[in-house]
Design a protein around this ligand. Structure first.
Ligand SMILES: [Zn+2]
Length: 391
């Protein structure tokens, strides 16, 4: 019997969650009334397994006999297989307990492979649903190779290329960014971004790159060009905020504001950015009318994805207890957010101009939590993106 085995993002998400909340998997049980076999909008079978809490999972498909097996770390609550309502293409469900693992096997009417799988966690009650979308596998022999499924699930696109994440540490060289309390934004964000890269590369296997590796000047346009040349799937710029007056504090995430968009909740919302951001705004003259028109067309599809990414990152920051700005999802016409075909966000870690924020941002424990949050936020966003909108 040949079996396609693949690990998914679920295990990675759990690895982060378990350190934060130390959830014993023995308390997790399948919730039969929230487990159902249904259909996606595109007509593919979708198996949704309701769980009382999130936990790591692993999927296997087999052609002979046609089955899908979901493996969890040991669950509590006993065998619930006969409480699950059957529907096409599932003929039977069987639950087995072995070696501290619980295996739930769905017997299928024909060989199928996993097109997409992901676990959604419902905050704050922590109930989870593992959704598995299946598609017919007309040629199961050639598909039954360990590892193929991993690429398909990780990329949500079915191609084998690794997801490319372009991280952009702000400023550098003569451009020091904000300077407060003996700290230069340029140095701070470079160190932070390197640590974020190491974490993402280690935990996700993504191809993670930086727009600048060291303390040198890289123009804003060059940063966007690098992302486009790398065919990046996502662009995340890292900065630290500052205000001339007042005691604004907290992290925030910017997405591109296009002309005509509601300027409320934007960079005009009370915090006045320092020179570096104003300089970026002044560069709008570099874009001619034709280029702007082309940009608008392609950004019509990218912009909502940038915003859902910003939303996911902010949500993960809140979960990690990161202090947020009063309106953490902001809009601005920053040059680095203008790659027309790449979901792009700019993360402000907090306000260097605020002594309390400054103490946090430079604290290794806080940095670890922020890196946890950005990693989880990115993974949840990828997990929640339907493959029809992914490139
Ligand atoms: Zn900056």
């Amino acid at each position: 019997m040949k079996i396609a085995i693949f690990q998914t993002l679920g295990a990675i998400l759990f690895a982060s969650a378990v350190s934060a909340q130390s959830m014993p998997s023995a308390l997790t049980r399948i919730v039969p009334e929230r487990t159902e076999i249904g259909m996606s909008e595109s007509g593919d079978p979708v198996i949704g397994i309701g769980l009382s809490r999130p936990l790591p999972w692993r999927l296997e498909t087999s052609a002979t006999p046609p089955t899908l097996t979901v493996e969890f770390n040991s669950l509590s609550g006993g065998d619930v297989a006969d409480q699950i309502t059957l529907a096409e293409p599932v003929e039977a469900v069987r639950q087995q307990q072995a070696d501290n693992k619980t295996r739930v096997t769905f017997w299928l009417t024909a060989p199928m492979r996993v097109a997409q799988a992901g676990m959604q966690v419902d905050n704050p009650d922590q109930a989870a649903i593992l959704s598995i979308r299946l598609v017919p596998d007309p040629d199961p022999e050639s598909d039954a190779v360990a590892g193929q499924g991993m690429d398909a699930v990780t990329n949500h696109s079915g191609d084998a290329a690794r997801l490319v994440v372009m991280l952009d540490p702000g400023h550098g060289g003569d451009d020091r960014g904000a300077q407060y309390g003996g700290i230069d934004e340029a140095d701070l964000v470079l160190d932070f971004t390197r640590a974020l890269r190491d974490r993402l590369a280690r935990d996700t296997g993504f191809d993670v790159r930086l727009t600048r590796q060291e303390d040198g000047f890289v123009s804003l346009y060059e940063r966007v060009s690098q992302a486009r040349e790398a065919d990046a799937d996502v662009f995340i710029s890292i900065h630290a905020d500052s205000v001339l007056r007042g005691q604004a504090r907290g992290a925030s995430v910017y997405t591109l504001r296009r002309d005509g968009e509601d300027p409320l909740n934007s960079y005009l919302d009370g915090t006045r950015p320092r020179g570096d951001l104003i300089t970026q705004l002044d560069l709008t003259g570099h874009t001619d009318d034709v280029a702007t028109a082309l940009l608008d067309l392609s950004q019509r599809t990218t912009s909502p994805r940038s915003k859902t990414l910003a939303h996911s990152l902010v949500g993960a920051m809140a979960d990690e207890g990161v202090v947020l700005y009063k309106h953490p999802e902001k809009l601005a016409n920053f040059v680095v957010l203008r790659a027309p075909d790449i979901p792009s966000v700019l993360v402000e870690l907090g306000f260097l101009s605020n002594p309390a924020d400054r103490a946090l941002i430079t604290d290794p424990d806080w940095q670890r939590r922020m890196i946890d949050a950005l990693t989880k936020g990115l993974l949840l966003w990828l997990d929640g993106s339907d493959d029809t909108v992914m490139r």
